[in-house]
Design a protein around this ligand. Structure first.
Ligand SMILES: [Zn+2]
Length: 454
């Protein structure tokens, strides 16, 4: 705790003067991460004597997330706003409402000599990473977004495998996207061993995991190829005299929000904070040259800290009882029922093992009679995983008002060189504008010098 406090002071002291530009820029985007997600993570960490590094940066800004179509944005319009600086319709990626291509901050970085890295815990051609290199009318154009990715000439990509990467029905089909990446000079590797094998001698590289996402942190993650491993490798590959821009997305925070899985949401958030910590460690070595900005693209799930029925209480530590994601539990339950349908009595030990639910005694995780009846009824209907999800959220005092996104503002926090740009009340498009300005060289020639050189 003290150590991080010291680090924050160090970063605060390291803010560069207004004329100086950061050489190393990190933008961390928690998909579906607003204040409730960040604060549930914070309170959970505090029960263990820790805090989240993302919440303890010297500058912060409440950030409006609306899109051109709605106060409630989707991830494509949000990525376009954050990466390119324009509001567009939900679903559009890297283009304005009229379909015109808008340059992203990553493209500005590349143009100005920075190396560029794009990292995510979900598909590399998903909306958020896509906003930094793709220009398409629809986020659903997986193959075309993949084409934009391998034609971007960016230096490093790491994340989940691409959806639709070998879509032979696409009119633009030229081969599997990863084959095209190789043709364009990328070294393409898969998983932890692949990531480990990359060196600075590999000029351009793509690392993708076997599936469309890194295994959920709560289900054990992908050791050696988790988000923090990718950030560490990205730094190793991109560090150099011209500096770098790196975008890192915690993409599955959103997925857990859509699923209203509180423990999965929490563990994805903690994994995201661990990745930010790698950047903070790097900033310790380059304090006057590094900028770290952490934001969210929107809130997902209408997550609340307390709800009607929880009174003046919140018990986030109870989420520690959940040992697997609801998705994995559904799979475990299906396997257990493979040969014959288990009785509810036979399912009870699974509920104790994976969620800490007790059926007798007086522990905080002991279920009330009506909760047991509810689970039994839902089990009979084949809906136990959803019922368990609601029950454990209730036990923790975590509420959900939606399975979709909400218009809640997000929090942007920043430390290091240029961090003072991210304070007060800002719009998501301001993030692109500030980053673009910070990565564009200052015109040093005076009026007459320009005339003479012209
Ligand atoms: Zn979403």
């Amino acid at each position: 705790m003290k150590k991080y406090l010291f680090l924050v002071v160090l970063l605060f002291a390291a803010v560069c003067s207004a004329a100086e530009k950061p050489k190393y820029l990190f933008l961390f985007i928690g998909d579906g991460m607003s204040v409730p997600q960040r604060m549930i993570g914070e309170e959970f960490a505090r029960t263990r004597g820790e805090t989240l590094v993302m919440n303890h940066m010297p500058f912060s800004a409440a950030t409006r997330t609306s899109s051109a179509s709605s106060l409630v944005t989707d991830s494509a319009a949000a990525a376009t706003a954050i990466a390119c600086g324009v509001k567009t319709h939900n679903g559009k990626l890297g283009v304005d409402t009229g379909g015109k291509k808008i340059e992203s901050m990553a493209e500005v970085a590349k143009k100005n000599g920075y190396k560029v890295g794009i990292i995510t815990s979900v598909n590399l051609n998903h909306a958020t990473p896509g906003g930094f290199f793709a220009h398409r009318k629809s986020r659903g154009e997986g193959y075309n977004i993949g084409l934009d990715m391998v034609n971007s000439n960016f230096d490093f990509f790491a994340g989940g495998d691409l959806f639709g990467r070998n879509d032979k029905k696409n009119p633009n089909y030229k081969g599997d996207i990863m084959e095209l990446a190789r043709k364009n000079g990328y070294k393409v590797v898969c998983g932890a061993d692949g990531l480990k094998s990359l060196t600075a001698a590999d000029k351009k590289a793509v690392m993708h995991s076997k599936s469309g996402r890194i295994t959920a942190a709560l289900d054990g993650g992908d050791p050696g190829a988790d988000l923090h491993d990718m950030v560490a490798k990205g730094i190793e590959l991109l560090e150099g005299p011209n500096g770098f821009f790196m975008m890192v997305e915690g993409g599955a925070i959103d997925w857990a929000g859509h699923a209203n899985d509180a423990a999965e949401n929490l563990h994805e958030l903690l994994a995201f904070d661990k990745a930010i910590r790698v950047a903070v460690k790097f900033a310790e070595k380059h304090p006057a040259e590094t900028l770290i900005v952490v934001t969210g693209d929107h809130e997902t799930g209408g997550m609340t800290m307390g709800f009607a029925g929880s009174g003046y209480n919140l018990w986030v530590d109870r989420l520690a009882n959940q040992k697997v994601t609801i998705g994995k539990f559904a799979h475990i339950l299906k396997e257990a029922n493979k040969d014959r349908k288990l009785s509810f009595e036979e399912v009870k030990p699974l509920l104790t093992e994976y969620f800490g639910f007790r059926f007798e005694g007086k522990s905080p995780m002991t279920l009330k009679a009506k909760e047991i009846q509810y689970l039994e009824k839902e089990y009979a209907k084949g809906k136990l995983p959803a019922a368990v999800r609601r029950t454990i959220s209730g036990k923790a005092g975590v509420g959900w008002t939606s399975g979709a996104h909400t218009a809640l503002p997000v929090l942007t926090t920043a430390s290091g060189c240029g961090a003072e740009n991210f304070s007060g009340f800002i719009d998501n498009t301001d993030i692109a504008k500030k980053f673009k300005a910070l990565m564009t060289p200052v015109e040093t020639k005076g009026f007459w010098e320009k005339i003479i050189s012209f």
